[in-house]
Design a protein around this ligand. Structure first.
Ligand SMILES: Cc1ncc(COP(=O)(O)O)c(C=O)c1O
Length: 324
């Protein structure tokens, strides 16, 4: 189904699927597993690497000679785009929403280290950032370059359509009857890809999207849009009723995107001390706090195996000075 789409290999093979024995002991849920998308060879890895396989595949198929990405300073996507560009040897322009005087830390510091050209757009919002990115693309074209703008959500979701198959094959090889998948609910790219992949394979997975950014109607709308476009792109309809398997969990949102909660800070400490897992606060720690709550409340019953997707974001930890 995906062979028609150009892709380059950046993930470097299946990421590990591991049991979390010590957390299982703490929670009383004996079957908690983790998919380690935080462990990839490319510059600390993370979910965006799977999308970049398709974005850069498309860029190379179009014979592009410069990649462009826009984001906020803590963006994992910008860091990983710069890493992929360094690895394959193509020019990279990163447009950061932020002040030129802002010190580069964490992800942004790594983006610079990876050799990307960096332009600071000033303190602009998401919409203005998109407009400026399109203007930059037009300027590059006018100067005779062949730019490719990274970030198309539908193409990016193909990475997680593949990941759903990868996870299902790993579970099968272990004789593991997975029933629940827990992952962050955010822009919808990772989520829609996994849901679509699982639906096409008719996997009996219930998805728990732990929202870290949006209210439920907004996240559903984002998912519906990407899923609809995905179905068009690959020429396969989403099996009817499959969306009933998608739960949106708003319980970890707290004061909103990027603001930790007592539960997310506790989760970061608990998973570090029991599983040596490193959780940043914007996406990952809230999602893991969600898993704890879902297990505690038996929304994920103890007799049904669950897997949480660790989406990475590790360098962000060094920008977040929250003590626990
Ligand atoms: C570490 C991490 N987890 C989760 C997400 C959310 O992924 P998506 O945008 O596909 O919803 C992001 C997005 O930036 C991320 O960097």
């Amino acid at each position: 189904m995906l062979s028609a789409f150009p892709r380059i290999d950046l993930v470097g093979g299946p990421t590990a699927l591991e049991p979390m024995h010590r957390i299982s002991h703490v929670t009383g849920h004996p079957q908690l597993w983790i998919k380690r998308d935080d462990c990839m060879p490319l510059a600390f890895g993370g979910n965006k690497v799977r999308s970049l396989e398709f974005w850069i595949g498309e860029a190379l198929a179009r014979n592009s000679d410069v990649l462009v990405v826009a984001g906020a300073l803590p963006s994992n996507q910008c860091r990983l785009a710069a890493a992929a560009a360094a690895k394959i040897g193509i020019d990279m322009l990163v447009l950061y929403a932020g002040d030129a005087s802002a010190p580069l830390r964490g992800n942004a510091l790594l983006t610079k280290r990876l050799g990307a050209d960096i332009q600071m757009l000033g303190p602009v919002g998401e919409e203005e950032r998109g407009r400026l990115a399109r203007r930059t693309i037009a300027e590059l074209e006018a100067a005779g370059r062949r730019p490719y703008l990274i970030g198309d959500p539908v193409l990016g979701a193909l990475g997680y359509v593949r990941a759903a198959q990868e996870l299902s094959e790993q579970a099968q090889a272990l004789n593991l009857d997975l029933r629940h998948i827990v992952l962050p609910g955010s822009m919808g790219v990772t989520e829609a890809g996994m849901i679509f992949g699982a639906a096409i394979l008719e996997l009996p997975w219930t998805f728990h999207l732990v929202s870290v950014e949006y209210d439920a109607p907004t996240l559903r709308r984002r998912l519906d849009d990407i899923l609809g476009d995905l179905a068009g792109l690959v020429g396969r309809a989403l099996p009817s009723g499959y969306l009933d398997r998608v739960r949106i969990d708003l319980g970890q949102l707290g004061e909103g995107y990027g603001t930790p909660t007592p539960a997310s800070l506790q989760a970061a400490a608990l998973f570090a001390r029991h599983e040596a897992l490193m959780l940043e606060q914007t996406y990952v720690a809230k999602t893991f706090a969600g898993l704890l709550k879902l297990a505690e409340e038996h929304i994920i019953p103890p007799n049904e195996a669950a897997c949480i997707l660790h989406t990475g974001g590790t360098p962000a930890i060094f920008e977040q000075n929250y003590s626990d």
